[in-house]
Design a protein around this ligand. Structure first.
Ligand code: 4AD
Ligand code: MG
Length: 480
């Protein structure tokens, strides 16, 4: 029996029966009360031990962190703090946890900093906060698949090891089986990747988009949901070197359809967790409220977590063109005392996170979609507008997060795409297969990429992206 079921039984008043429950001891008080958790839900099961009739040897091993199996009768609780408890008949020690060793770890029940918890990423899932985050993350990923399945999308798995740089940004981890201490060299003294396993230079994927596009051209509506890698050394609370990206791609869909899809998708998956992760979200909300209280007033988040999610569910995302966004920024006054000490931008420059935050958190006070960006600051595959200088790109900006998703209508015209590639020096021989889609039955199509961890960050109210993925990949967390 898992504790989640016990909690459900309690809700349906089916107590007074005998059950066996396995779990890890969170605490053991007065030689009598075991708080048992098995990860199935946030709640601990209070197990009441009749210590007079229990073997001392066994009781001594009921320590924080130990795995035990208890059997007993489920009873209405007389104590405060929980409404049900297990009156223990027998305890079986499954795996001991020595108290002296436990003291050196974050299993020791006291408040640990998130930095400390990250150093013990293999144990932090046993804390209430990380248990809650990881359950929400799991439910959210189920909701992603459910949304696409319900809406006629097919799930495609694009290569992890690839020869193409989908974003043209060059921030890739190389993959090679060559001995890099003594690599084969070409005549020009360069590493000779033609002798590599793949016969050319390969890397970990930065995005599955280009391959997903080719599949949209056969299956109509597809999505990927897999790991992506960026070798950018951005040591921020929003960037990971390895993150999971959700990338839908839809044939016969223009930019407006793409924005509609992004909005509906985000709202539906968030709605799913508000319905299926109630106690975890409530716990995370309370954690956040405590954290907010300890901050100076000016740094506090204006909205509690649940309200923030509800707000996104109930309100349409505000849609503004890049040009309008620049006008808004130009007409607003930077304020050094408040957080928004941004530098006003000229048309053509990329928006920095301070600009994005100003638009979302101060100006519109809701999620914002910015579209029609200058062609020069966006990727080669985006559909050029008739003005010849902007592309049908879109970025979805969220309060507290900044860019949560980015996408575009794709350039479907062979000649325009080819000349753009030539202009910026992308080898057309490398992307011959991508160009083929524009030769054989090309059509208007669009898609976007949403960083899954940024969505989890928003949903859980956490403030560092390293705390919403089981094992964050960054130079500081390399030992796992
Ligand atoms: O804006 P990006 O780079 O877009 C693409 O890769 C497109 N090929 C997507 C597409 O159109 N199919 O990345 C998309 C999203 C960002 O909006 C952000 O949420 C997330 O991926 N992202 C990261 N998340 C965590 N760590 C990083 N280093 C990230 N880089 C991007
Ligand atoms: Mg982007």
């Amino acid at each position: 029996m898992i504790i989640k079921k016990v909690v459900e039984l309690l809700e349906s008043d089916q107590v007074l029966q005998e059950y066996k429950v396995n779990g890890w001891v969170r605490a053991f008080r007065s030689n009598r009360f075991i708080a048992l958790n098995d990860g199935s839900c946030l709640e601990n099961l209070q197990c009441v031990v009749d210590f007079k009739n229990t073997d001392d040897q066994v009781l001594r091993k009921v320590t924080t962190g130990a795995a035990i199996s208890v059997s007993g009768t489920l009873k209405e609780s007389e104590g405060k703090g929980q409404s049900v408890e297990l009156e223990v008949k027998s305890i079986n020690i499954l795996g001991e946890a020595h108290p002296e060793e436990v003291k050196k770890t974050i299993l020791q029940p006291k408040k640990h900093s998130f930095e400390k918890l990250r150093e013990q990423a293999h144990l932090r899932v046993r804390t209430n906060t990380f248990g809650a985050i990881m359950r929400v993350r799991s439910k959210l990923s189920f909701a992603v698949h459910q949304y696409f399945n319900d809406n006629g999308f097919f799930y495609v798995n694009t290569p992890i090891v690839t020869g193409s740089d989908a974003e043209g940004a060059g921030e890739m981890f190389k993959v090679t089986n060559l001995d890099l201490k003594d690599p084969p060299k070409t005549k020009d003294g360069e590493i000779d990747y033609s002798q590599d396993f793949f016969g050319k230079e390969t890397n970990l994927t930065v995005s599955g988009q280009l391959e997903a596009e080719t599949y949209a051209m056969g299956l109509g509506k597809v999505y990927t949901f897999g790991p992506t890698f960026r070798a950018e050394n951005s040591n921020t609370t929003r960037h990971l070197a390895e993150f999971w990206m959700i990338e839908p791609e839809v044939a016969f869909c223009d930019l407006k359809g793409n924005i509609d899809l992004a909005e509906d998708f985000i709202q539906q998956v968030l709605k799913y967790i508000t319905e299926h992760c109630k106690s975890d979200l409530e716990f995370l909300e309370n954690r956040l409220l405590e954290e907010e209280k300890s901050k100076p007033e000016k740094d506090r988040s204006p909205m509690p977590l649940r309200e923030k999610i509800d707000f996104v569910l109930k309100n349409n995302f505000k849609r503004v063109s890049y040009t309008e966004a620049i006008d808004i920024l130009r007409n607003s006054k930077p304020n050094k005392k408040k957080k928004f000490s941004y530098i006003i931008k000229e048309w053509g420059a990329d928006l920095q996170s301070e600009h994005e935050r100003y638009l979302v958190e101060k100006h519109f006070e809701c999620p914002v979609v910015i579209y029609d960006y200058p062609a020069d600051i966006k990727a080669f595959y985006m559909r050029l507008n008739d003005d010849g200088k902007t592309v049908r790109a879109m970025d979805v900006l969220f309060p507290g997060i900044g860019e949560i998703a980015g996408g575009s209508q794709r350039e479907e015209r062979y000649d325009v795409l080819l000349s753009k590639m030539r202009e910026i020096g992308i080898d057309e021989k490398e992307l011959w297969w991508y160009l083929d889609t524009r030769k054989f039955g090309t059509c208007v199509h669009s898609g976007f990429g949403l960083g899954f961890e940024r969505l989890v960050l928003f949903a859980t109210g956490m403030s560092n992206i390293r705390d919403v993925i089981p094992y964050p990949r960054s130079p500081q967390n390399a030992e796992f």
